[in-house]
Write a protein that binds this ligand. Structure first.
Ligand code: CU
Length: 292
């Protein structure tokens, strides 16, 4: 009886040590197998000339919410410059949705490396966020981490630009009538950072901050193109500010070498009853899964 129990224990110990061996193997690239992705950590991605694109159209399914005229009477300068300023939370034209931020959230390149492990060079050219006609131009934009954002005031009035991030420090600056451009940059990835004006409560913009340049914003015709995508399999997310805390749709795409992948997204009340609404579930679970 004793030897039977001893054998049981021996078996258990063998099993546990095998399991720990297996888990330690998966952590080290020397362990071999198909985990070839670990060796690109921190390396700067260099174009191989075989990059492709992810392009598509963003639609609004069903009757689109109508833009409302904004009451700008609190600031006469705004009213005279923008007499018919309209809300921009849903900009829909012929069923196509503008201002959707589309980006690669995660994925694996054709060579087995993970997109998140690569480092991408921060562009030297700044992106401009203009306060013009008492609203932001553009309304939604993307930047890379540490990329300069040039903030300009093109209005004959005072603005107060206020970035309200979760992963980055709060940034709140007055920019008076006639003041020169200001520069701001965000040091951590965050999708998306809301921007508001403390002078004009209707003013809103959203800035997507990513560690890679693989993002785009849908135009008035709903179209977008993400260029320079290394061949691979990716999770693409389309984010729109509509809804309580914005709405996300996700899609898996394959980008062939020098090829084009299509990713069409649909938002709107009528889209909720369709399979696209189910795609929100992985989007919700994704950040948790990535944390280990
Ligand atoms: Cu303002």
């Amino acid at each position: 009886m004793f030897s039977k129990r001893a054998r049981l224990w021996l078996g258990l110990i063998a099993m546990v040590s095998l399991m720990s061996l297996a888990s330690s193997c998966s952590k080290t690239p020397e362990g071999g197998g198909d985990n070839g992705g670990a060796d690109n950590k921190g390396k700067v991605y260099a174009s191989k000339g075989d990059e492709g694109t992810i392009a598509g159209k963003v639609s609004y399914t069903g009757a689109a919410p109508e833009a409302k005229k904004i009451d700008t009477s609190a600031d006469a300068a705004c009213t005279s410059k923008s007499p018919t300023l309209m809300t921009e939370d849903w900009v829909v034209k012929d069923g196509k949705l503008a201002n959707t931020f589309v980006y690669i959230k995660d994925g694996t390149l054709a060579d087995g490396t993970k997109i998140a492990d690569w480092t991408f060079e921060t562009p030297k050219t700044p992106v401009t966020l203009d306060q013009n006609g008492c609203h932001y131009r553009p309304h939604v934009m993307g930047v890379m981490v540490k990329q300069d954002i040039t903030i300009t005031n093109s209005d004959p009035t005072n603005h107060n630009i206020h970035f309200t991030p979760k992963n980055n420090p709060d940034w709140n600056q007055a920019q008076a009538n006639g003041a020169g451009p200001m520069t701001h940059k965000l040091m951590a990835a965050e999708v998306l950072v809301p921007v508001k004006c403390n002078q004009h409560p209707w003013m809103k913009a959203y800035v997507g901050v990513l560690k890679h340049p693989l993002f785009a914003v849908s135009g008035e015709d709903g179209s977008f193109t993400i260029k320079g995508v290394p061949p691979g399999k990716y999770t693409v997310v389309a984010w729109h500010e509509g809804g309580a805390n914005g709405t996300e749709k996700t899609m898996e795409v394959n980008v062939p070498a020098k090829g084009a992948a299509t990713a069409d997204f649909s938002f709107g009340a009528a889209a909720l009853g369709q399979p696209s609404s189910l795609q929100m579930m992985p989007a919700i679970e994704f950040p948790m899964a990535g944390k280990h």
